[in-house]
Design a protein around this ligand. Structure first.
Ligand SMILES: [Zn+2]
Ligand SMILES: [Zn+2]
Length: 129
């Protein structure tokens, strides 16, 4: 399968050749602040399947061990990945050209979840974003 996506202004585009590994909602505080949104939906792919095909995203430190990438022009959040954990990259589902191509099936970091936000999915323990 081929999945394509990019930022809102079109300066950064990516292409994935491979199947998604998993997809879910992250309710953690980092995602909330970085996106300015109550939750972020992520889909994981093998890093070897992911490449930037246009432009160069900016990097921002997400936490001590991970970086997130975003468009420096329009600010769209694109990816999250661990510096040391190089096998997978998390991609924001909403930046896919077809966000219906995959569907979140789990939730992580449900504890900081805002009580007014209703989301579905199996609660899973996971590494922090
Ligand atoms: Zn952009
Ligand atoms: Zn998160």
């Amino acid at each position: 399968m081929i999945y394509e996506g990019g930022c809102r202004c079109g300066a950064v585009r990516y292409r994935i050749t491979g199947e998604p590994l998993s997809a879910g909602y992250c309710h953690c505080g980092m995602c909330q602040q970085a996106a300015g949104a109550p939750v972020v939906a992520w889909v994981a792919f093998r890093r070897s399947d992911f490449r930037i095909v246009k432009g160069e995203p900016e990097s921002a430190q997400a936490n001590a061990r991970a970086v997130r990438r975003l468009c420096g022009e329009c600010g769209t959040a694109l990816t999250f990945e661990y510096s040391a954990h190089t096998e997978t990259v998390d991609v924001t589902i909403a930046s896919l050209d077809d966000p219906n191509a995959t569907e979140p099936v789990y939730r992580i970091w449900s504890s900081p979840r805002l009580p007014w936000l209703h989301s579905e999915g199996e609660d899973r323990a996971s590494r922090p974003h």
